[in-house]
Each structure stands twice: as structure tokens, then as C-alpha cells.
Design a protein around this ligand. Structure first.
Ligand code: PGA
Length: 264
């Protein structure tokens, strides 16, 4: 089995001011030390430059919450992947359920964004997940499969080499309702198997994060599941103490290599 390094990513969503982002990023950078997990923070795009001044000299990585699939053009309000690279971004979240639901992003658009992110040299965090209704009507596997297949169709298995997946059941996001470790593990295993049937090595190396109401008190149980390689954290990522406690839970439950290994 591949030795997958745990990743804990903070999705700060539409929150913060220039000064609060610097404060939060500083507190996380100081606490990140040598925890042995990879730590990522994703502020809004206009706060990236401020965040970079802090995390640029720390083990904490920087990511964006979204980007355009286009490189340039008459696309008012959009931000391209190349522009994010200039601000030190190494990751971009693609297809978060809020963007799928509120901004009507289709799986095809999300797949195009993943390819644009990779082309710019960054790693997409592809979010997948079912709604409560889809779960209750037995559609979990079909929904997730179609979200994955949209990328497989345009990028093939190669698109999964430099990619992280975040399984985020929509009903668990910001609701305080977490998937049980067993529920989450079952979906993570299904995702890995689907990719592994295309290429066993890619499936084995693929990092799959869980997201949806991860808190310091439920993180360790989730992260100790064999196919859960970390978390995408929303609410609890806005408080340095909670976020670092979640990072610590990942450090104590993983068999990751010590930090310092990822190229920066
Ligand atoms: P939450 O958000 O941790 O607040 O549920 C997770 C996410 O939306 O990525």
C-alpha cells in the first residue's frame, strides 16, 4: 500500500479581512511546526497575497477556492489558474458542492477546471458528494461515479495522478452532522476502487479527504479509517486552535512521512 501523506486543508470560504487572515495564517504557521501532515489553507482570492506573506516562509501551503477553466478572455470577474500560481498557490478546490449548487457548476465544468489547474502546475482538490435525498434513495454510488467519470472522460486516468479528491456529503457540510467513520470509509473505498480499476498504482496513491463537519472531537476516528487521508475543513478551519487540533489528530492517526518532504 502506498504511504499517502495526510493532508489537512482549511477552506475559509467567504470569510475574513486582510488583517484577520494574516492573524489566522500566522497562528496556524506557528502551530504547524513539524506535525508530519501536510497543511493547506485556502483563503478568498483577494486575500492570497496577504496570506502568502505569512505562509511563504512556513510549512503551510496555500490554495484557492475556485478558478476559471479559461486562461484568459472576456470573462468578467473570473480568476485564472496561472494568476493563482503567481500568488503562491499550489492547490485549487474544484467543484465544491456550494459552487455546484449555488453557482450551477456542472461536473463537466468542474472537470475542465481540474485540467486547467493541472496545466498551470497546481493540484486540484476535486470535491464529490451526494445530497441527503440522493443518499436516502440509494444513489450514493451513481452520483459519485458520475462526478468522477466527468473527469475520467476528458482527462483519462492521468488526470488522477496529480489530484486530491475530497468526499464531502452535502448533508454534512456546515450542518454539524458528520458521516460516521464507517459511512465515510465505505465511500472512500468505493472511490479508490473505481480509480484503481483503471490503474492500480494511481488508485493506491490517490489521496482522498473527508469533509463535512470535521471537528477536533471527531477527526481522529475519521482519519483512522484506512482510505481516509485527511480532511477538507470548513467552519473549524477558521479557528487556529481547532484547526491545529484536527491537524494533530491526523498526525497521530497517520503513518505519514515527516513533513518537509513536499517540494516547495
Ligand atoms: P464544514 O465545511 O467543515 O463547515 O462542514 C466543509 C467544507 O465545506 O469544505
Amino acid at each position: 500500500m502506498a504511504n499517502r501523506q495526510s493532508l489537512i486543508a482549511g477552506n475559509w470560504k467567504l470569510n475574513g479581512t486582510r488583517s484577520s487572515v494574516v492573524k489566522l495564517a500566522s497562528e496556524i504557521s506557528v502551530g504547524a511546526g513539524s506535525l508530519g501532515v501536510e497543511i493547506l489553507v485556502c483563503p478568498v482570492s483577494v486575500h492570497l497575497a496577504d496570506a502568502l506573506t505569512v505562509v511563504g516562509n512556513s510549512p503551510v501551503h496555500l490554495g484557492a477556492q475556485n478558478c476559471s477553466d479559461a486562461v484568459t478572455g472576456a470573462l468578467t470577474g473570473e480568476v485564472s489558474a496561472d494568476m493563482l500560481v503567481e500568488f503562491g498557490c499550489e492547490y485549487v478546490i474544484a467543484g465544491h458542492s456550494e459552487r455546484r449548487a449555488l453557482f450551477h457548476e456542472s461536473s463537466e465544468q468542474v472537470a475542465a477546471k481540474c485540467l486547467a489547474v493541472q496545466k498551470a502546475g497546481m493540484t486540484p482538490i476535486l470535491c464529490v458528494g451526494e445530497t441527503l435525498e440522493q443518499r436516502e434513495t440509494g444513489q450514493v454510488e451513481t452520483v459519485i461515479a458520475s462526478q468522477l467519470d466527468a473527469l475520467l472522460d476528458v482527462g483519462g486516468i492521468d488526470a488522477f495522478r496529480q489530484l486530491v479528491i475530497a468526499y464531502e456529503p452535502v448533508w454534512a457540510i456546515g450542518t454539524g452532522k458528520t458521516a460516521s467513520p464507517e459511512q465515510a470509509q465505505a465511500v472512500h473505498e468505493m472511490i479508490r476502487e473505481r480509480i484503481a480499476t483503471q490503474d492500480a498504482e494511481v488508485g493506491d496513491a490517490l489521496r482522498i479527504l473527508y469533509g463535512g463537519s470535521v471537528k477536533p472531537d471527531n477527526a481522529a476516528l475519521l482519519f483512522s479509517q484506512p482510505d481516509i487521508d485527511g480532511g477538507l475543513i470548513g467552519g473549524a478551519a477558521l479557528d487556529a486552535e481547532s484547526f491545529l487540533a484536527i491537524c494533530e489528530a491526523a498526525a497521530t492517526t497517520s503513518d505519514s512521512a515527516p513533513i518537509g518532504s513536499p517540494a516547495r
